[in-house]
Design a protein around this ligand. Structure first.
Ligand SMILES: Nc1ncnc2c1ncn2[C@@H]1O[C@H](COP(=O)(O)OP(=O)(O)OP(=O)(O)O)[C@@H](O)[C@H]1O
Ligand SMILES: [Mg+2]
Length: 225
């Protein structure tokens, strides 16, 4: 079982939006996916309670992530996507991230977000936890993206090629448990999500501990069935 954690102590950076979109990309490819919502605001839980996508969701306190993951594994989950809350940092954050196969930190291309998140990214990396940044909530043709990418990479942080833009389609139907792809299957937001899934999946495949990603395992299982 792999565990992807969306983290970043700053508010409104796109953790929940990307967590639910990525969960569905995996589920649509046959992987058994569980969302674990560690945010007491329960936005991912609210979404999951309304969705018809085959995603299970459990809410748990950040310091109960270990038992929650063990239960998910017992239930046969192949992938767990963990949503975290704003303000989770320091020792509490590191204890949660120790369970991650991969940590994804969305970073909007603004100076304040850079200041708030680059030090945190460096700490996660220094703790030897696999971590990537994804530039999120960029405007169309946003001149801040390239310098932000350079700054993060100069700090030794891997940045995904996929840039997530600010698009209404990401959130217009979220209150109904729906996603960008429900607005239009091939809208720009839906295509970005597919690109994000492809990139993250490649990273999981390349990780020594998980020889094959959960999508690859699900495909194999389908072929054998
Ligand atoms: N790519 C996007 N395009 C447009 N709106 C977005 C995008 N990503 C997030 N939003 C909106 O921005 C707000 C914050 O997004 P989201 O809840 O995903 O971030 P978060 O990091 O989980 O925030 P929180 O700190 O509340 O947990 C929400 O209103 C959401 O609808
Ligand atoms: Mg959130």
């Amino acid at each position: 079982m792999e565990t992807i954690v969306f983290a970043g102590a700053k508010g409104g950076i796109g953790r929940t939006t990307l967590a639910v979109h990525l969960a569905v990309e995996y589920a649509l490819r046959g992987a058994k996916v569980e969302l674990i919502d560690t945010d007491s605001l329960r936005c991912a839980t609210y979404w999951a309670e309304r969705t018809t996508y085959p995603i299970t969701c459990n809410t748990t306190a950040p310091d109960r992530i270990g038992p929650a993951l063990r239960r998910a594994e017992r239930d046969g989950s192949e992938l767990v996507i963990v949503d975290t809350s704003l303000g989770l940092r320091g020792r509490e954050l590191m204890a949660l991230l120790a369970h991650a196969t991969l940590v994804v930190v969305p970073v909007p291309p603004s100076g304040y977000d850079y200041i708030a998140l680059s030090a945190e990214l460096a700490n996660i990396r220094a703790a030897n936890i696999p971590v990537v940044a994804v530039i999120s909530r960029a405007r169309w043709n946003d001149k801040r993206v390239a310098p932000m990418r350079r700054a993060l990479e100069n700090g030794g942080i891997r940045v995904l090629d996929t840039v997530v833009h600010d698009r209404a389609h990401y959130t217009v139907l979220s209150g109904e448990g729906k996603l960008a792809r429900d607005v239009a299957t091939n809208c720009k937001a839906a295509l970005e999500v597919r690109a994000l899934h492809r990139e993250i999946d490649q990273l999981l495949i390349a990780m020594p501990a998980s020889a094959k990603s959960c999508t690859a395992r699900a495909t194999k299982r389908r072929q054998e069935a």
